[in-house]
Design a protein around this ligand. Structure first.
Ligand code: SF4
Length: 210
């Protein structure tokens, strides 16, 4: 195991007992990132689903099946990327005695930033592909608008030289008919673009007197 993988395992172990925000009270498990900690492509989404909360893996429910499909369309598997979320515990509130999903609060995203920071600082991705607006607002620009800026490259972002956003597979799954087919294809194409970006040489400024 490489040093990065070992350090990522140690970070995961530390995160597994985190109680830095209220989500610790309703979660079943902390859902840390998974995949190849030495990958150059990081895929970052919003947060664990109800299924992930039990399996402990990101994208383990129906949205995960769709994620596997769109990766496979690019001859990728989860083992080729680092897959994670901006928060590591399921965002849910008790309503009528039942836990219902809800968007994470800004305070929860902030509390959880230390784990995302740890992951991305360790792996040093060349490309970050955000899945959905919450991840893009956290990693690209807090005013990010998915309808206008999806598929647009942002350079020199905090954690990677290149970052872009696409739709979250969970959102795509909620579409029907032609809309579903169109959005699914957009995500496939955006992943292809992220892979293409990985092949581009990263410009290192030359120190020269002339
Ligand atoms: S969401 Fe993040 S900060 Fe909050 S308890 Fe879970 S791991 Fe800790």
């Amino acid at each position: 195991m490489s040093s990065v993988q070992t350090q990522m395992q140690a970070l995961k172990a530390r995160a597994s007992t985190c109680t830095a925000c209220d989500l610790a009270e309703t979660r079943a498990n902390v859902v840390f990132g998974s995949g190849d900690a030495t990958a150059k492509l990081a895929v970052v989404a919003e947060g664990p689903s109800a299924a992930d909360n039990h399996t402990t893996f990101p994208f383990s429910g129906p949205a995960g099946d769709l994620l596997d499909e769109v990766l496979a369309a690019n001859e990728l598997t989860r083992a080729d990327i680092w897959l994670t979320n901006i928060i590591k515990c399921r965002a849910a509130s008790l309503r009528g005695g039942v836990l219902k999903n809800r968007p994470p609060k800004a305070s929860e995203i902030k509390a959880c930033a230390k784990w995302l920071d740890g992951e991305l600082t360790l792996m040093l991705p060349s490309v970050i592909l955000c899945m959905g607006a919450p991840a893009a607002k956290t990693l690209i620009d807090r005013n990010f608008r998915i309808t206008e800026e999806r598929g647009v490259w942002f350079t020199d972002t905090h954690y990677a030289p290149f970052a872009m956003a696409t739709f979250n597979p969970a959102y795509v799954l909620r579409q029907e008919g032609e809309n579903f087919t169109a959005l699914r294809q957009i995500v496939i194409d955006d992943i292809a673009e992220a892979v293409r970006k990985l092949q581009e040489p990263i410009e290192v400024p030359k120190l020269t007197l002339f």
